[in-house]
Design a protein. Structure first.
Length: 153
């Protein structure tokens, strides 16, 4: 009887561990990017009207037309290197759940034209600002370093 109880307990623990592992995997898939619009659930794609491209939230990939075909990539191509993902409007395609949102590209292009802006959007995470030192502050900082390294008699 004791052996049966231990076996049942062992099976229960293995099942609990397997369930926990499954939950961990699902949580890490499909995190929206920092520049993505906040407040949406169950979305898989954004359409970026200014550059007529898509972003696959689950795969963390951009989808753009290049070389006579649709391309998936973690980065945008060089022709969009100056595109600001934080300021550009993102259309959340909450009603499409396939692998090829671009089959509706002609419809999206007409409905969400270049320069399209719908309701105001907030981002998941604000843009990180870089600290910039003015020339005088940099000079003062260098002088402090200079004085700190030398011995004064």
């Amino acid at each position: 009887m004791k052996t049966i109880k231990i076996a049942i307990l062992g099976l229960f623990l293995m099942a609990a561990t397997a369930t926990q592992a499954q939950v961990s995997v699902n949580i890490n898939i499909g995190n929206p990017p920092a520049w993505g619009p906040a407040g949406y659930t169950n979305m898989e794609y954004y359409y970026l009207p200014d550059i007529q491209s898509y972003y696959d939230v689950r795969a963390s990939q951009f989808i753009y037309f290049g070389g006579n075909r649709w391309v998936r990539s973690r980065r945008l191509p060089n022709r969009y290197r100056n595109y600001d993902l934080y300021n550009g409007y993102k259309v959340v395609l909450s009603d499409y759940h396939g692998r090829t949102p671009y089959v509706y590209h002609e419809k999206h292009k007409v409905r969400y034209h270049n320069g399209y802006h719908g309701p105001a959007q907030k981002h998941y995470h604000p843009r990180k600002e870089h600290k910039h030192y003015s020339h005088n502050k940099h000079r003062q900082h260098k002088n402090r370093e200079h004085h700190g390294r030398h011995r004064h008699d």
